[in-house]
Design a protein around this ligand. Structure first.
Ligand code: R5P
Length: 274
């Protein structure tokens, strides 16, 4: 069995190969002047684990090309499953993006493993998917710290509860109202964060809008220090700068998307799952 590492997950791919004591296949990646991609896999093995997050459209093309190039059995390890937020037809005529992605992966992979897929609705599009929860790893990372964990919305509250239970700290959640794609209003629930160190925990930080609004609210409520943690640090549109300029003291993420903030590795839980 060889591990095939996609350009989106070089370090996590290497960590997983080490834990599984598997060889890393030689792969050539090229981009032509017109933007088209090329892959060549030099491996004689009949079983492969492909490790690659879907953070961009190119990542999806690369995965599809690898599916074609690799001979034999494939386990697709997709740490960050992009396109999962379009998990339903919100407006008539819309593509259910994650359904299209699921179809592509399920057609070729025998087994599919991901980390904290955005929703159960997204998960329903897969038949062979194992969804691994990284929240206990976030909890472990913060164990012993004097913090209260806050979910920015009710939807993430159950996830935060898992992290808080492992960290052995208090937790709560904020009520979130999405006005449009760019505006989010947050109202407090039953919080007393005055003088407290607060850690906002979410599955994804994308534009940072959700965390920024939560941060403002928490400082208004008297929080002493606010930092943020997430599984998937998408950090689109220079989100990290937006977070820091709005008073976020630190950002902690896993390596499902490899960022400078990836202080927690999911390699162990993924290797165990495999
Ligand atoms: C929403 O349902 C998710 O849990 C995140 O809160 C959301 O994806 C974060 O997006 P953004 O950083 O763009 O506000």
């Amino acid at each position: 069995m060889d591990v095939v590492i996609c350009p989106s997950s070089p370090l996590l791919g290497k960590r997983i190969a080490e834990l599984l004591e598997a060889k890393i296949a030689a792969v050539q990646y090229k981009k032509f002047p017109d933007g088209e991609l090329y892959v060549r896999v030099e491996s004689e093995e009949d079983s492969h684990i492909v490790v690659g997050s879907l953070c961009s459209n190119d990542d999806i093309i690369v995965l599809n090309l690898l599916f074609d190039a690799i001979k034999g059995e494939i386990t697709a390890l997709i740490p960050y499953m992009g396109y999962a937020r379009q998990d339903r037809e919100f407006l008539k005529g819309e593509a259910v993006s994650i359904r299209a992605i699921a179809k592509m992966i399920e057609e070729r992979a025998e087994k599919i493993v991901t980390v904290n897929i955005h929703s159960n609705k997204a998960k329903e599009n897969f038949k062979k998917l194992i969804d691994v929860d990284a929240m206990p790893k976030i909890g472990e990372h913060f164990r012993g710290r004097d913090i209260v964990m806050i979910s920015p919305d009710k939807g993430s509250a159950e996830r935060v509860k898992i992290a808080a239970n492992v960290a052995n700290c208090e937790w709560d959640w904020l009520e979130k109202k999405r006005i449009d794609a760019h505006t989010v209003e947050i109202a407090p629930k039953n919080l007393n964060v005055e003088g407290r160190n607060v850690l906002i925990v979410d599955d994804i930080i994308s534009t940072g809008g959700t965390v920024v609004e939560a941060t403002k609210k928490l400082y208004e409520l008297g929080a002493k220090r606010v930092e943020a943690a997430c599984v998937h640090a998408v950090l689109a549109d220079f989100a990290s700068i937006k977070l820091f300029s709005n008073g976020i003291a630190d950002i902690t993420a896993t390596d499902t998307i490899e960022r400078i903030f990836s202080k927690i590795s999911v390699a162990g839980i993924l290797a165990e799952t495999l």
